[in-house]
Design a protein around this ligand. Structure first.
Ligand code: UD1
Ligand code: BG6
Length: 704
């Protein structure tokens, strides 16, 4: 639910200003993941001292706080470890429960520390489900909790275990702590007892490590070290001091010579001496690319230890089926890709990127001239999927709407039963899943907790799992059997736009691939491929409506309390998606109604004052949709109509309309959603709202 960022420099001299600015800059790139509060912990002026800063609100306020704190920014550090976070509150309201009095001086503080002396500082993304039990245990040991957050129990548990064994190695301590944690997390921990060292661990939440060295690395991977003998529990660790001395215990100091030889080959010189190095730890590579393109994705249950210019990766259990190396990859994200450029907001940039992003989704996959579709990531699985008993699409939010939008074309082309499920509801019901089901997980981020848990649920039941995700290296991408990366490029605006259209296109291509062997569908398939070939140009035409749509918003929707959006058939999901966009960024109540249902209740709301948008592009249901239009007109309603160019039905000068080009019926939703994205954008801008960071929402929801 939060963004975490860490920076460690080893034998690379930096002043405190550089370190603090690097952390602040990293946090601001992660702000889309949550912005209820922000904080950081950096080394103090004396050995064994930490300075921690914490502020309610956005990163800019944390920056102000640090500037006002009169901290000496000129002090230099040859080696240093700093950690920071931007938080979306799940436990404990951010103000003021997270802001205990400062241990050292005037600063309002903290990340989550172990005790008033800040011996252990922790930043954490995710949720610790057993924090109440841990808290209760620690309270019996005399700990007093200062906040209501789950994170605080991690720092206090570390402090408790450390006090039992003050000469314990940092990794051994970290393993004992992490073993006790249940739930999902990405976390960073630093301590005054282990200066310049950081522990980074993940379980269900993303964590990436960027590496910058002046010399080329010797190898482009890091070995994984497995525990031979399991890990002691917190209770065992506290009671069994003798265990620390035992050569077979994890609480015994590991054989360092062996560790250094096996784990950190990438970072050592020829004569085995560590080299100057900088490490950047982040929830998302977009905060790292400006520093280095060399990154390593941690896997679930990895515990990374950064110390003395080296990176060691540990795991709690031996032979757990994961690879025994982690590759150091070169990421291709360019900085300008994640910058706003000439646009005022990321959301606006992303809406206008759609003519290119859909092309990127189809690039190398759709050959319109030869009428062929090849999805490399599904090739080996297509025949298995064709034989499945049903396809279940599982997703949340916008991604769920894209699944609904393609349900019809999947049913038509594949003739396989299709179900579309909200991940949370699917899990709540513990819905039956069988080995001959194919479960498709659609997610922009690939990290949404509800979707991820549903994926694990389906994996346990032996179903074939397919991902449709944007973020390469994300948890859903890694855990599914196969899948399609939608290649829409980074999406920063909390309101998803280009990911929706790219998911839609990727899934239509999926349906086309599945029906390749059906001669009876050939004509229809060709028609759809032709349509996809023209989509990008049609997006460009619709985006020319930007100014008229801005004016329309000012004219019809200013100071309104509510808005209805009507659609039918394949356009009902478009209405749902449009209504979600409007709600999430303009805070205007907006309800999507299936036109056929209008007369069953909602019609009572209609009068000459209620703003209504009706999607009335021509398809096989057009006549029925027109009935709803007539019903609204008959009650004095004045709907704004989204219709095809020059539709004679809406030729009256009195009809307020948004003209969109015509495409194949099953693709029309791709075009119709764009005016709705623009409406939501201009409504929010008109109200002076923060378009990219709507209140109470986060881009990546990594808690249940
Ligand atoms: C891949 C390359 C692409 C290259 C192309 C050339 C990657 C990420 N993509 O694209 O850069 O241009 O080959 O042929 O290296 N997967 C999942 N779950 C998901 C998404 C994907 O398991 O949710 C798997 C796929 O099954 C596949 C791999 O990830 O094994 C890459 O998927 P994708 O990028 O869609 O494959 P290509 O289009 O072939
Ligand atoms: C969050 C976002 O709720 O997660 C939505 O605010 C998004 O915009 C939803 O649609 C699902 O996210 P993802 O990454 O799984 O597509």
């Amino acid at each position: 639910m939060c963004g975490i960022f860490g920076y460690i420099n080893y034998l690379v001299e930096k002043d405190r200003k550089f370190i603090v600015d690097t952390l602040l800059n990293g946090l601001s790139r992660l702000e889309y993941r949550g912005y209820d509060s922000a904080g950081m912990a950096v080394d103090g002026n004396k050995k064994n001292e930490v300075f921690a800063f914490k502020e309610v609100g956005k990163v800019a306020k944390l920056k102000e706080l640090i500037e006002q704190s009169a901290t000496d920014m000129t002090k230099t550090f040859e080696s240093h470890a700093g950690i920071s976070h931007t938080r979306w509150a799940t436990h404990g309201t951010p103000p003021p429960s997270e802001l205990p009095p400062s241990p050292n001086s005037t600063d309002s503080i903290l990340i989550h520390s172990s005790d008033p002396l800040w011996e252990f500082s922790v930043v954490h993304n995710g949720i610790i489900t057993n924090y109440k039990e841990l808290k209760a245990l620690l309270e019996t040991k005399g700990f007093r909790f200062e906040t209501e957050t789950d994170t605080e129990c991690i720092a206090k548990l570390a402090k408790y275990l450390y006090d039992q064994h003050p000469d314990i190695e940092f990794t051994v301590l970290a393993k004992a702590v992490i073993k006790e944690l249940e739930g999902a997390f990405g976390l960073l921990m630093k301590s005054v007892h282990y200066p310049h060292e950081v522990i980074a661990a993940r379980k269900g939440s993303p964590l990436v490590i960027g590496v910058k060295t002046s010399k080329k690395m010797k190898v482009d991977f890091v070995d994984v070290e497995y525990s031979e003998d399991g890990v002691l529990s917190a209770e065992q660790a506290s009671q069994n001091v003798a265990a620390k001395k035992s050569a077979t215990s994890l609480l015994a100091p590991p054989d360092k010579s062996l560790l250094h030889r096996s784990q950190s080959r990438a970072f050592l010189s020829d004569d085995g001496i560590p080299q100057p190095a900088e490490f950047f730890l982040s929830s998302d590579p977009s905060a790292i690319v400006e520093h280095t393109k060399k990154v390593l994705y941690l896997e679930d249950d990895d515990i990374a230890h950064i110390h003395e210019g080296q990176l060691n990766i540990h795991r709690l259990t031996k032979d757990d089926g994961t690879s025994n190396v982690r590759a150091i990859q070169t990421i291709e994200l360019e900085l300008q890709e994640i910058m706003k450029g000439k646009f005022d907001h990321f959301m606006q940039k992303e809406i206008f990127e759609q003519p290119e992003s859909v092309v990127n989704t189809m690039r190398g996959r759709l050959d319109v001239a030869n009428k062929r579709v090849t999805l490399g990531g599904l090739r080996q699985y297509i025949s298995t999927i064709r034989r499945c008993r049903r396809i279940i699409f599982i997703a949340c939010g916008t991604s769920y709407h894209s699944c609904m939008a393609v349900r019809g074309i999947f049913e038509e082309l594949t003739e396989i039963p299709i179900a579309v499920e909200l991940a949370s509801d699917f899990l709540d019901r513990q819905a039956p899943v069988f080995r001959d089901d194919t479960c498709v997980f659609v997610s922009q981020s690939g990290e949404t907790a509800d979707s991820l848990m549903a994926l694990r649920y389906c994996l346990e039941r032996g179903a074939l799992t397919v991902g449709v995700v944007n973020v390469v290296g994300s948890s859903i991408s890694l855990l599914t059997h196969c899948g399609v990366h939608i290649n829409a490029g980074p999406e920063i605006g909390v309101a998803s736009t280009k990911a929706y259209t790219s998911q839609f296109v990727a899934m239509v291509m999926f349906a086309l691939s599945l029906s390749e062997d059906r001669a009876s569908k050939q004509k229809r398939r060709e028609e759809i491929m032709e349509g996809l070939g023209q989509i990008s140009e049609q997006f460009k035409q619709i985006l020319k409506l930007n100014d008229p749509i801005k004016d329309l918003c000012a004219k019809f929707f200013k100071n309104q309390k509510s808005l209805l959006l009507l659609g039918r058939g394949a356009q009902f999901p478009t209405a749902l998606e449009g209504a979600l966009k409007i709600k999430e960024i303009s805070y205007l109540h907006c309800e999507a109604v299936m036109s056929g249902e209008l007369k069953h209740g909602v019609l009572a709301l209609v009068d000459e004052n209620l703003p209504i948008i009706m999607i009335l592009t021509r398809d096989s249901l057009f006549t029925k949709s027109l009935n709803a239009y007539q019903q609204v007109i008959a009650r004095g309603g004045r709907p704004i109509v989204i219709c095809n160019h020059d539709d004679p039905e809406f030729s009256s000068a009195l009809t307020e309309k948004i003209d969109v080009p015509k495409t194949v019926d099953c693709l029309q939703g791709l075009l119709n959603v764009i005016p709705l994205q623009l409406i939501s954008y201009w409504l929010a801008v008109g109200e002076g709202l923060n378009v990219d960071f709507p209140r109470n929402l986060a881009k990546s929801v990594t808690v249940e």
